[in-house]
Write a protein that binds this ligand. Sequence first.
Ligand SMILES: [Zn+2]
Length: 229
Amino acid sequence: MKTLPYLDIHTHRRQETADAVSVECLSLEELCLEKPPRAYASAGVHPWWLEDYTEEEITKVQGHIRHLVETGKVWAIGETGLDRMSPEFLEKQNELFDWHLDLAEKHQLPLVIHSVRSGSDFLQKIKEKKPTTPWIFHDFRGNEQLLRDLLRLHPKCFFSFGLSIDNSPQIRELLPLVPLESLFLETDDQKHLDIHDIYLRASENLKLDLEFLKAQVWLNFKKISRILE
Ligand SMILES: [Zn+2]
């Protein structure tokens, strides 16, 4: 029997694995080239980049992102978001998030979201902006209440987990409470983390058969892709 591929919804690595499909978050250099290395890519200004690049440079990158989106080269917008650990850039982060959100809505693409201590900001954002496309919270670190509130306000919210399954007792407790149809897994920027291991840990935590878990996550990915077709 042919087994399904492992789906890595959010990675910054360029490591090809024969039995995995990844949504590759493009680096600044790749954005400037406007040529995603593989089929599934996401394009966005990471909130942390505000610390390292001038406003002029960021504006230039936004132009590349817009071009990539308009020429149909990306599967998702992001990662973008709000990081309250970098509060000095919060206003600009917020402005940039709205820009990504508008782009996602205009082109009906999912948003990959970076959220650090910003759960209530996103609840407010949903109330204000009434998004229609999927929101994928990568490396979700919220609690059960936030998860339920987000899903109630925007049922197309998805939650992705990676290293935290290993190193966060709170996430190990939260994971079984995430609806399976809203779940994704990821390697993010972890160089030594294998997507196979993440699936293995998640399947142990959820007491699910590994192939069943792969099939469910694959279905979620297909569903998003179909929503958008
Ligand atoms: Zn990331």
